[in-house]
Write a protein that binds this ligand. Sequence first.
Ligand SMILES: Nc1ncnc2c1ncn2[C@@H]1O[C@H](COP(=O)(O)OP(=O)(O)OP(=O)(O)O)[C@@H](O)[C@H]1O
Ligand SMILES: O=P(O)(O)OC[C@H]1O[C@H](OP(=O)(O)OP(=O)(O)O)[C@H](O)[C@@H]1O
Ligand SMILES: [Mg+2]
Length: 309
Amino acid sequence: MWLVANGLIFFLFDKNYLNITILMQDKITIAIQKSGRLYDKSVELLKECGIRFNTYGNRLKAEATNFPCEILFLRVSDIPAYVEDGVVDIGIIGENVHIEKNKFIDVVDYLGFSKCRVSLAVPREADYGGLEYFQGKKVATSYPHTLKSFFEKKNIQAEVHLINGSVEIAPSIGLADAVCDIVSTGSTLLSNGLKEVETILKSQAVIVANQNLSPDKRALLNKLMFRVKAYKKAKHTKYILMNAPNDKLDEITAIIPGMKSPTILPLAEEGWSSVHSVINEDDFWDIIDQLQEKGAGGILIVPIEKMIV
Ligand SMILES: Nc1ncnc2c1ncn2[C@@H]1O[C@H](COP(=O)(O)OP(=O)(O)OP(=O)(O)O)[C@@H](O)[C@H]1O
Ligand SMILES: O=P(O)(O)OC[C@H]1O[C@H](OP(=O)(O)OP(=O)(O)O)[C@H](O)[C@@H]1O
Ligand SMILES: [Mg+2]
C-alpha cells in the first residue's frame, strides 16, 4: 500500500516534470496588428498557414492550438521595437513602418497585400515645378524619419511637422504647406483638395523577424515560412483545364508548361485530349488568347488551395 502510494507520488511528480518540459518547449511569438488595415489579411494568412487561434473579443494575446506559437495583437507602430528587443520573435507590418522605425530587424518575406505608397502632396492649386517647391516649407507627416532622410538626400531644407493622424487636413487648417502620407487610391488626397507630387517609397505588408532567434525558433520560423510560400504561390497560380486538338498538343504544352509538364489525357472523342496545367495569374489573359489561337476550348480555371513545389 505504502509502496503503491509512493509509486503514485513518484508517477505524479514525473508527470509534472513532463508538463514543465512541455511548457518550456520553445514557441514562437508572432505580433500582428490589433485592428486596422493589416488585421484581416494577417489573420487570414496565419489561418491559411494552418495556425488555429481565437480572435474573439478584445483579446491581446492568443495561443495557437496546433502550432507552437503565441499571437500578440499590437499597434503596428510598436511592433518593430518589440521585434528588435526580442519581446516578440516575428511580426507582420507595413514596409513603410519598417523603414520609418529603422530598427535592426530582418525582412523575411514580402506578402503582397496592403500595397500603398508614401508620397508628398501639395494643395491642388499650387504651382508645383519640382522638389525645390519644398525649400523652406512646412510639411506635416506621420513619417518624420522617412521624410527627413528623403529631404536630406535631395538637399531640401524643409520643416517636418509630426502629426499622428488625419494628416491630409493640415494644409486646409493652416498647419502646414504640404503633407507626406500614405496614398493608395488617392481619394483622401482628392477629398482634401491635395495632389500627389512625389512618391518617396512604395510599401506592402512584410514579415519581419528578430535577428538573434534561437535555433529552435529559427526552425519554427522556417516551418512557418514554408507554409507562407505555399499559400502565396497558390494565391498567384491557377489550375487550368481545357480540351485541345491532338495535332496542337506540342504548341499548347509550350504555352502552359506547368510545374513539370502538363497532364494530357485522351478524350472519348477521337483526335482530342484534355490538358491540365497551372498558370500564373498575371499571365492569365495572354495565355487564354494564345490557347484559343491554337484551337483549345472548354477552358476551365480553378483556384488552388496550396501549392508545394
Ligand atoms: N489606404 C491604405 N491602403 C493600403 N494600405 C494601407 C493604407 N493605409 C495604411 N496602409 C498600410 O497598413 C498599415 C496599417 O495602417 P493602419 O491605418 O491600419 O494603422 P496605423 O494607424 O497606421 O497603425 P497602428 O496599428 O500603429 O495604429 C500601414 O502602415 C500601411 O502599411
Ligand atoms: O489613398 P487612399 O485610398 O484614400 O488611402 C490613404 C489614406 O488611408 C490611410 O488612412 P486610414 O484610412 O487608414 O485612416 P487613419 O489615418 O485613421 O489610419 C492613410 O493615412 C491615408 O489617409
Ligand atoms: Mg491608417
